[in-house]
Design a binder for this molecule. Structure first.
Ligand code: 15L
Length: 276
């Protein structure tokens, strides 16, 4: 892969990984609604992914895309619709038209956030999104599958936990993804010869993981970080958050408990659809 486009380059995750991606792919091109404060001397293309023409201009001449762009938390339907549904479609469709060979889609743990924390889930479970945001990530995974199978694009969806060097609370102990490990996953998605369509968990080698990431391991993922050494920091962060029965039960945390109107006493006993 020579020319890689990073969308969402001005966001927190984009800014953290740009130097490492630049080292691996010197032809890296950055894109976002506005330029990051530091472009590291790389080309920047301003594009709103909700606008097809701007998206098409950004992907012209590109070999592979790391798609971090879009709305990155729960939000009003209009925002999710424009950035993550229309925007994601525009991205994949523009990529197809431009002959892009590989796409890494930044999916999220919130595509499966209604699995209980007591369950270890493999990569091929039924999606159980915990929010409109999570639904949009499941949509992006489905789009990726369609472009892989119908158009031969190599697509890797990363169900990213929380990209950070330190776990912010006990939930993030399970789902922390160190930026260096994220770059390793991205490089597998861009360069591994066997990629057709993959869903992998974006997590470091966390002792308290809720995810069975054996598929990523089979593709060569060897995460270097484990949140366990920073348990004290997570406990401190957790102490500042009020206990919350629903959010503390589900993997998605507050994304799951927000706007919740179901009967939790009944649903917490329901067995989620795991692979047989
Ligand atoms: C996500 O998907 C968000 O993009 C990120 O901002 C965090 O909130 C993360 O999930 C999380 O679950 O901690």
């Amino acid at each position: 892969m020579k020319k890689i486009l990073l969308t969402g380059a001005a966001g927190d995750v984009g800014r953290r990984i740009t130097p490492m991606l630049k080292a691996a792919y010197p032809g890296l091109v950055l894109s976002d609604l506005k330029a990051p404060a530091d472009t590291h001397g790389l080309k920047f293309v301003k594009a709103d992914i909700a606008n097809f023409a701007e998206t098409a201009a950004a992907v012209a001449g590109i070999d592979g895309i790391v798609h971090l762009g879009g709305y990155s938390v729960e939000g009003p339907w209009e925002s999710i619709l424009n950035a993550n549904i229309v925007g994601c479609y525009n991205l994949f469709e523009a990529a197809r038209a431009a002959g892009v060979k590989r796409v890494i889609f930044a999916s999220s743990n919130h595509a499966v956030g209604f699995y209980p924390r007591s369950t270890t889930i493999p990569h091929d479970v039924t999606v159980l999104p915990d929010s409109r945001y999570g639904v949009s990530k499941a949509f992006g995974e489905a789009l990726g599958a369609m472009y892989a199978m119908k158009h031969g694009m190599g697509v890797t969806c990363l169900r990213i936990g929380n990209v950070n060097e330190t776990p912010l609370d006990m939930r993030r102990m399970a789902i922390m993804l160190h930026p260096e490990d994220l770059v390793q996953l991205i490089r597998i998605g861009l360069d591994h010869p066997d990629i057709v369509f993959e869903v992998l968990y974006g997590a470091s080698a966390n002792t308290r993981a809720w995810w069975d990431n054996s598929r990523a391991k089979a593709l060569g993922y060897r995460p270097k970080h484990d949140s366990e050494g920073q348990l004290a920091a997570a406990k401190t962060g957790q102490a500042a958050i009020p206990a919350e029965p629903i959010g503390d039960f589900y993997q998605g945390g507050t994304f799951a408990s927000a706007e919740y109107t179901a009967n939790f006493a009944v649903l917490k006993g329901w067995k989620a659809p795991l692979r047989p």
